[in-house]
Ligand binder design. Sequence first.
Ligand SMILES: Cc1ncc(COP(=O)(O)O)c(C=O)c1O
Length: 431
Amino acid sequence: MTPFHYRLDVLHCEDVPLDRLAKTFGTPSYIYSGSAIDSAFSTFQDAFSATKPLICFAVKANSNLSVLQRLAKLGSGFDIVSGGELERVLRAGGDPSKTVFSGVGKTEAEIRAALTAQIHCFNVESAEELDRIDLVAQHMGQQAPISLRVNPDVNPDTHPYIATGLKESKFGIPIEQALKLYERAATLSGIKIVGIDCHIGSQITQLEPYEAAMDALFDLVDQLLEKGIVLRHIDLGGGMSVCYLDEQPFPLAALADSVALKLRDRDLQLILEPGRYIVADAGILLTEVLYTKHNGDHGFGIIDAAMNDLIRPALYGSPQKILPVKAQSGTDRSIDIVGPICETGDFLAKDYPIRVQAGELLALAAVGAYGMSMSSNYNTRGRAAEVLIDGEEARLIRRRELVEELLASETDCLHKDSSGEVLSNQSEAKQ
Ligand SMILES: Cc1ncc(COP(=O)(O)O)c(C=O)c1O
């Protein structure tokens, strides 16, 4: 049975009716199915059983501590992109030795924190970053384990904002420069070369872009071997797609077979960094219809969730499936489902065939990835609550943010005597 299903005409998450969750926790709330997270993780792990990869869940997809803790217990490692995400992994009981650090702008403080935690590897994204990591590691009397994130110039055929392996994107090191940089890295005393890495994009639906990226990377691995640079691992990133509407499922078995074939005669550990694939289907955003209206011929359902809660439709124009919590028979009318934010871009779905009325509950489906983790406080809206379901049990894993909390860091400043608080340029520079 899918984790979200109708029972007696009411949408449930596992064994809990969503209307009950709305009463208990309010709306908008993110609701996650624990069993859906577990089963996506084991589906992924089982598909790659021949190569037994280190699976490093991309924390940016869903960074709730309880979700990370659950994945850590399943044996997952983590892919982080900031010191904040490192802190989350550590607090959730994640294993730093199974953690890789990606991202184009690691600060000195973040590099120091990651070296102190003894992470598995830095995925280095530029020559200057390599030098910075080398210096920090030397100061700490350590050698930083690194891989170069190589940009193989592959078109992943996805939304331009989430295509990261193209020459013109800011990510990675152009593949034609990588060999030279590896040779230089081999001379740096604060650096220990351990691997090679790429991540070509997100919501990739086809096998071909992965094959093209792998061919480019394995070719480089061979050239490195000839120069005496031996790698321990190859990291192919994440990006495996999920079905938001009626897309074909991602060819996971075909990718696993292809990787296994290419790794057959090589002594290289495989690392993968899936995010969306593990958590997208496990989450819905529960919301209430506030009002309906018609402007001319155009119908709107105005809900209490908005682009600050779920930005994917506004940012990427991504399609969004919406389910009524109380089952309804089909309709031939389509409306826009919009939020209360003062932007025309604040829509959750356009021309969506659904009947709504004020007070009705809706579930925005497949939002467990890049939903809450990309939320903001725009329009001074507190962030939604998050609830984790296991069978009949519903557990609040993040409470709804109160406006008072949002204002606290500013009200402190408001009530202080300004005379002693204004920093001169000089004192600021010393910070
Ligand atoms: C370096 C890196 N690895 C992994 C991921 C996860 O991608 P996805 O959630 O599509 O699997 C991302 C997403 O942007 C990323 O930037």
